[in-house]
Design a protein around this ligand. Structure first.
Ligand SMILES: CSC[C@H]1O[C@H](OP(=O)(O)O)[C@H](O)[C@@H]1O
Length: 365
């Protein structure tokens, strides 16, 4: 067991349900939602009541556990229920690598189960294991990331990458929390993160709980602050890291990376190994989730443009690896990531196969 304290956690596995903090209700209300079936879990993920790549991955495994429990109760074909559950969950949010990594880990865990009861037990135990392990992963990643920051650092972060996003301590926001614990963090610029406002609603909420100094800005103000020298480092999370180091993350991340490079500010991406996908060769191959146009047209139920206005609403964008100063993981830092470095890093950490030294994988800019 890790040293996970009884700290506040937004995900709780009861053994027969997944209890989540409904992130669509924050910051107005800390509402709990109990997911008793895989359909409940799939709906919660699709509606972003639970969100954030690692939290989505753990929730997906809980959904499969509930599906197999149902087959055990009804005497149904549990392997068919598992396959149908995988397909349902895979359709919810196609960009987050952790979701597919969670489905793979679950499938491997029950490969030799002899019946539905054993499979249900194994998956329930896996949910608890993943929740516990996420704490250790986040804390290790936070330590590596905080080591990159010097005293007095002013950080800019995008979207929400805290406990709400991982179910534990957080990734980029975990680095921020750890750096603050170590006395290295002076201030956090928080982008509101249109259209779902994860920064304004969730990151501000988490920073207030942690007592960390912060200022909320509109997304468009970030390049201005970078140009004015008011940011010492940009810290963001990830939803998928491709084999060459290209990063899919919340829409708006690419613009931050371009501005950070132009104004010579380090751009760090916090990503646990579960967010790396060696099967995705580069950023062009990452499926980018397109969400409901109403998310853009309405803010808290108020229309800000005519309902029939044409809208594009990609939930993520892709930052090329050559704009990433370093990837921060729970197993260490990957500076100036490229295909070879990532392949060798993953191979050294039990995920994938290494490549020859001469093969840099340095893609053309
Ligand atoms: C540790 S959360 C990682 C990642 O997930 C968020 O996306 P969403 O709010 O749509 O689930 C955001 O891109 C974070 O950087």
């Amino acid at each position: 067991m890790t040293d996970a304290p009884s700290e506040w956690r937004p995900l709780h596995w009861t053994g027969e349900s997944l209890v989540i903090v409904d992130q669509t209700a924050l910051p107005d209300e800390e509402r709990l939602v109990e997911c008793r079936t895989i359909d409940d879990v799939a709906a919660a993920i699709r509606e972003m009541r639970v969100r954030g790549a690692p939290a989505i991955g753990i929730s997906a495994v809980a959904g499969l556990a509930l599906a197999v429990q149902g087959a055990a109760r009804e005497g149904g074909d549990w392997r068919r229920a598992l396959s149908a559950g995988e397909a349902l969950l895979a359709s919810t949010r196609p960009t987050a690598a952790d979701l597919f990594h969670g489905l793979q880990v679950a499938r491997e865990r029950v490969a030799s189960a002899v019946d539905a009861a054993e499979a249900a037990h194994l998956l329930g135990q896996l949910v608890l294991e993943l929740l516990d392990r996420q704490w250790a992963i986040d804390r290790a990643l936070a330590d590596y990331g905080a080591g990159l920051l010097r005293s007095g650092t002013r950080v800019l972060t995008h979207c929400n990458t805290g406990a709400l996003g991982t179910g534990a301590f957080g990734t980029a926001l975990g680095i921020i929390r750890r750096a603050y614990e170590l006395g290295r963090l002076e201030h956090v610029w928080v982008t509101e993160t249109r259209p779902r406002l994860q920064g304004a609603r969730l990151t501000v909420w988490e920073l207030r709980r942690s007592g960390i100094p912060h200022t909320l800005i509109v997304d468009g103000a970030a390049p201005f602050l970078l140009a004015r020298g008011e940011v010492d480092a940009v810290l963001v999370g990830a939803d998928r890291v491709a084999a060459n180091g290209d990063v899919a993350n919340k829409i708006g991340t690419l613009g931050l990376a371009v501005a950070a490079e132009r104004f010579r500010v380090p751009f760090y991406v916090a990503a646990p190994l579960s967010t790396f996908d060696p099967e995705t060769p580069d950023g062009n191959a990452i499926p980018i989730e397109e969400r409901d146009p109403a998310e853009v047209l309405r803010v808290k139920g108020t229309w800000i443009a005519p309902a029939d206005t044409p809208v594009r609403n990609p939930a993520f964008d892709v930052t090329p690896h050559w704009l990433v100063t370093a990837l921060v993981t729970e197993r260490g830092i990957i500076p100036a990531p490229d295909r070879r470095k990532i392949a060798n890093f993953l191979a050294a950490n039990g995920r994938g196969t290494s490549v020859e030294p001469g093969e840099t994988g340095r893609d053309e800019r």
